[in-house]
Each structure stands twice: as C-alpha cells, then as structure tokens.
Design a protein around this ligand. Structure first.
Ligand code: FMN
Length: 302
C-alpha cells in the first residue's frame, strides 16, 4: 500500500500533517509519541521580530469549535533558526516553516532566512491570519496585495512555496488563482473564519480582541467546499484543512482534491488523532481495495 505523496519534488511519507499553531514545533509532542510517523509538521507561525501576541482572553470554546485570537505569538525568526530548527530537523519528518509578517518586507526577510535552512524543504506563507492588526489576512483578502507579497517572496525563496489562503473572502478560487499566477507551488486552505463570542451576562465580548478565528469541526463543510472549488480552479496541489477529526474526514478532503491534509484544532481534543487518522486511512484503503493514496486525490464521483 503506498501512502506517500509528492509535492513539487518533496516526498511526504503519508498525507497526514499537523496544522500550524496547533502542534507547537513538534518537539513537545515527540515526548508523547514518535512524531516522525507524520507526513509533516507545519510549524507555528514565525515572524521576523518576536511577538507577544494578543492579551488574554484569547481562546473561547464554541459549539463544535473554538475561537482563537493568539495573534502570532512567537519568539521571532532568529530564535527559530538558533533553537527550534536544530531540534526540529531531528524529528524524522518534514518541518515546514509558517512564514508571517506585519508588512511585505517582514515576509521577505523571513523567507530569505528560510531559504538558507537546508532541512526546511518548503514554507507555508501565511497571508491569512485574522488576529493581527497589520499584515496577515489583510494580504489574503486583496488580490493586489496578495499578488504583491507572493511575487516578492517568490523572488527570494527558491524552494516549494505553499500559500495559505483565508476563507474570509467571497470567492476563494480568485485568491487561489492569484497565488498560482504569482508563483505559488501549492495552496493550503483554510485558515480560520473570522467570528466572535459574547458573554451575555457581562455584556462583553469573550475575546480581548472582540473578534477571533473560528476553527474545528464546525468549519469542515465550508472548508471542504472551498477545497473542492479550488481543486477545480487551479492546477497546483492543495493542502486541505478545517475541522478534520477522523480518517473519514481526511478522506473527504482527499476526495475533494487535497493532496496533503492538516489536523489542527482536534489536536487539542486528542493529541493522538494524527496517528489514529493514519491508521484509519490505511484501513479505509484496505476496505476499498486502494493500493495508492494518490488514487483518492480528487476522486469524488459526481
Ligand atoms: C490556536 C491556533 C493557532 C493557530 N496559529 C496559526 C499560525 O500561527 N499560522 C497559521 O497559518 N495558522 C494558524 N492557525 C490555523 C490552523 O493552522 C488551521 O488553518 C485552522 O485552525 C483550521 O484547521 P482546524 O479546523 O483543523 O483547526 C491556528 C489555529 C489555532 C486554533
């Protein structure tokens, strides 16, 4: 049974990865189980300068999901290179850096540094974070701004470039085409949906930032729809995510056209979920007589 997939010359041992911001950089979880079994770890977002993120409260539970307003808390790219990189590359799977910036120059500077990291085979360019005042989603909702930052990063980054799209747009296919035309080698989708939660007793928003990013099972049908639309709109590979909790969920994303999938919020519910999903995927393939996982990609029958 072949579980491996290729993305622009990178071989992933299986299509099951963990989503940025929900699995740290893999080191902590490696004390719990061998994270080398995963297809890849998409590391927590990295910016050029360290960021403290937003003040508390920055998490709120919702029906079948969660709102977060972490705001890209991280120790900056220098710390990543000196402390995270040397450890993370020993984990036995691909570490994909999640690149962020407050402005175009920040994205370029982080991408230039990532380009020099031999053991980081690709970056995920996050133009979709809804929880920052500058940069992030502001790039991802504007075709012109997205084109500008992706093209600029493309010039300095010479390995596979995965652009992470925001679902907070009217037409996700437009943004996927912009990414493809600007030189992206793949798109990943979706980041979180802009939402809010209210404490009626206190008449106040639950999050310090008022709005936050909604993720988890509640977003899965919308994420699936977007993956399917993008699959039919571009030729570059898709990394799909949004509410995946089970192997069946992962298979649904593959059928809709994702070549790799990421498990995000569900890691907080069951940290073993990615491993269970790999086993469940194998069981699904055995049950359906499928020898090669690639045969599932885009195989939705209409
Ligand atoms: C607490 C938290 C932190 C996140 N941080 C990042 C981040 O740093 N960069 C990024 O691209 N996405 C980030 N995301 C978005 C996830 O990677 C993923 O796109 C989203 O949560 C949808 O998948 P899910 O429903 O499986 O969680 C974060 C999500 C959560 C819940």
């Amino acid at each position: 049974m072949n579980l491996s997939v290729d993305l622009k010359g990178i071989t992933f041992k299986n299509p099951i990865c963990t989503a940025s911001g929900t699995f740290g950089d893999g080191m902590l979880m490696d004390q719990v189980y061998d994270v080398g079994q995963l297809g890849a770890i998409f590391a927590k977002g990295t910016t050029y300068e360290p960021r403290e993120g937003n003040p508390p409260v920055r998490m709120a539970e919702t029906a079948s999901g969660m709102l977060n307003a972490v705001g890209l808390q991280n120790k900056g790219v220098k710390y990543f290179v000196e402390n995270i990189y040397p450890e993370a590359i020993r984990l036995g799977t691909h570490i994909i850096m999640n690149v962020n910036g407050s402005d175009r120059e920040d994205y370029i500077k982080v991408a230039e540094i990532a380009n020099e990291l031999d053991h980081i085979p690709a970056i995920e360019l996050n133009i979709s974070c809804p929880n920052v005042k500058h940069g992030g989603m502001l790039f991802g909702v504007s075709p012109d701004a997205a084109k500008d930052v992706i093209s600029a990063v493309r010039e300095v980054y010479h390995k596979p470039l995965i652009v992470k799209l925001t679902p907070n747009v009217t037409d996700i296919t437009l943004m996927a085409r912009v990414a493809e035309d600007a030189g992206a080698d793949a798109v990943s989708l979706v980041n979180t949906f802009l939402g809010m939660a209210v404490d009626a007793e206190r008449r106040r928003p639950k999050l310090s930032t008022v709005t936050g990013g909604l993720s988890g099972p509640c977003i899965k049908p919308i994420a699936l729809r977007m993956v399917w639309q993008v699959y039919n709109a571009v030729r570059i590979p898709i990394v799909g995510m949004g509410g995946i909790c089970t192997a069946e969920d992962a298979v649904e994303f593959l059928l809709c056209g994702a070549r790799l999938v990421q498990i995000g919020t569900y890691n907080f519910v069951d940290p073993y979920a990615p491993l269970k999903i790999i086993d469940g995927l194998k069981a699904y393939m055995a049950r359906h007589g499928i020898d090669d996982v690639n045969d599932l990609v885009g195989a939705l029958e209409l």
